[in-house]
Design a protein around this ligand. Structure first.
Ligand code: SAH
Ligand code: MG
Length: 213
């Protein structure tokens, strides 16, 4: 199994964020496979760049580019007063969350800046302005149905044939977490355009095998 460089793995483990290491290693493996298509690898949900580092490492190894999309204002559950809030990523001037500076430091420290394009904006709006084929779409953005389906509808159609669709935070049992990512996972399978490749924790890897998303 392909693995990130020890330096990237150490940077990943030190970075702020929400992805456990065993899922990160599966993300890296999938990103490496998808990078073989020679197309950009896209992530929705940069946050502070934890998962981005692994996609960027796989992109560097294959000579492709990682693209990561986020408005950097945080998801619902990351806002002040909510479970996943981190006061150190609030901009004191605006009082709003701003994870972009932390993300840039994370990427710089890991030496991966040259392999990543950061797109700052709302995922459906960025998707509308995008027209090229992608080797990988990694959905790890907002967890409401509106956001998860917007990510799926906006980005999955850009996947090349044989490209990989990854969905994070898929919890079939509602006791384990919100259901929106699970619902887009079921929708992708039901479309007939995807076949499941692997399951690691809450990370699902699907391969695009047909049209009709
Ligand atoms: N991949 C990260 C975690 C992402 S958290 C890690 O491994 O640590 C989810 C991110 O999605 C947040 O940073 C939030 O700002 C972003 N997000 C939520 N909804 C969004 C939307 N509609 N458009 C762009 N970004 C969004
Ligand atoms: Mg996640």
């Amino acid at each position: 199994m392909a693995a990130p460089t020890p330096a990237t793995l150490a940077a990943f483990e030190a970075a702020k964020g929400f992805m456990p290491t065993h899922e990160g290693l599966a993300l890296y493996e999938a990103a490496g496979q998808a990078a073989g298509l020679g197309l950009p690898l896209l992530e929705v949900g940069t946050y502070c760049g934890r998962s981005t580092l692994l996609i960027a490492d796989a992109a560097r190894a294959a000579g492709v580019t990682a693209i990561t999309v986020d408005h950097h204002r945080g998801s619902e559950e990351q806002q002040p007063g909510w479970e996943y809030h981190d006061p150190s990523v609030v901009d004191p001037e605006t009082g709003l969350m701003d994870t972009l500076p932390t993300f840039r430091r994370t990427l710089h420290k890991a030496g991966l800046e040259d392999h990543v394009i950061a797109m700052v904006g709302r995922s459906p709006q960025v998707a509308k302005a995008w027209s090229g084929p992608l080797g990988l779409v990694f959905v790890d953005g907002g967890h409401t149905d509106e956001h998860a389906s917007g990510d799926y509808e906006g980005w999955a159609p850009h996947l090349a044939d044989g490209g990989l669709l990854l969905i994070h935070d898929v919890f079939p049992d509602p006791a384990d977490g919100g259901q929106a990512p699970y619902r887009i996972y079921l929708r992708a399978l039901a479309s007939g355009a995807f076949a499941e490749v692997s399951v690691t924790g809450s990370l699902r890897v699907l391969r695009r095998t047909g049209k009709g998303i």
